[in-house]
Design a protein around this ligand. Structure first.
Ligand code: HEM
Length: 225
């Protein structure tokens, strides 16, 4: 193993990556509240793994969606655990990412030079909401159907672009087969591709810039570097 690491290190300097990621100096006063970002990452990984496992048995068609979810819950080995983890993980993700955002806001960590981490974070937050909205329809039960009806009708009320947006989301004038296929494609293809790119960028910024120091009582406008 060591020989392999040496071999790679000689060519790619991989030990520098380890130092940048794990042996970094962190400012004094950094505490547990700073782990919310890593926890967000942990839940994102959980959602990715459980989501892939669910996709192995799910069918995105009105005829089979509900049945396939029922099949996952009652017949697939550990299916109810995987589904439960994904369902509760979705709520946990919204909660933890929002708490992370609140922590960053109240500690002023979004200020210079970390504005870009914040801006990318805002887009990540919106995508997390998008995951929740599109995922809710997938079991094709009454709750998901009517929640999506309400959601797309709200979108329809937006000035100028509303009707076109609702039509785009539903894939037509009514909520049906195309809506389910479209929501599934957005949930498993579009949003993961976007969020993966943005999380990679977000983490690159965090590693590159290091963590901000907690604000000091006596220096309200001091640099958070
Ligand atoms: C999946 C979602 C996210 C992941 C995986 C993630 C991950 C992280 C990690 C690991 C850190 C460093 C440790 C920490 O401060 O907790 C961090 C810092 C940061 N995050 Fe996030 N984050 C996410 C969402 C967000 C959102 C929604 C925002 C704001 C809108 C945001 C803004 C920031 C900022 C400004 C920092 C720098 C904080 C500092 O230096 O003190 N992040 N993020």
């Amino acid at each position: 193993m060591r020989t392999l690491v040496d071999w790679l290190d000689e060519r790619l300097q991989i030990r520098e990556i380890k130092v940048a990621l794990f042996d970094r100096k962190i400012p004094k006063g950094v505490g547990w509240i700073y782990t919310l970002g890593s926890l967000s990452l942990g839940i994102f990984l959980l959602q990715s793994v459980t989501g892939i496992l669910l996709a192995m048995n799910y069918s995105p068609s009105p005829q089979f969606a509900y049945e396939s979810v029922s099949y996952i819950t009652h017949q697939v080995t550990l299916g109810n655990i995987v589904r439960g983890l994904h369902k509760w993980g979705a709520s946990a993700m919204v909660l933890i990412v929002t708490l992370h955002m609140i922590r960053v806001y109240f500690m002023g960590s979004y200020k210079y030079p970390r504005e870009l981490s914040w801006v990318v974070g805002v887009f990540i937050w919106l995508i997390v909401m998008g995951f929740g909205f599109t995922g809710y329809l997938l079991p094709w039960d009454q709750k998901g159907y009517w929640a999506t009806m309400v959601g797309t009708t709200i979108a329809e009320q937006a000035p100028l672009v509303g009707p076109a947006l609702a039509k785009l989301l539903r894939g037509g004038d009514t909520l049906g087969t195309v809506t389910l296929t479209r929501f599934y494609a957005i949930h498993v293809l579009v949003l993961p591709a976007l969020v993966l790119t943005l999380i990679a960028l977000h983490l690159f910024f965090v590693v590159r810039q290091g963590i901000s120091a907690p604000p000091e009582r006596d220096k309200p406008d001091g640099p958070h570097a």
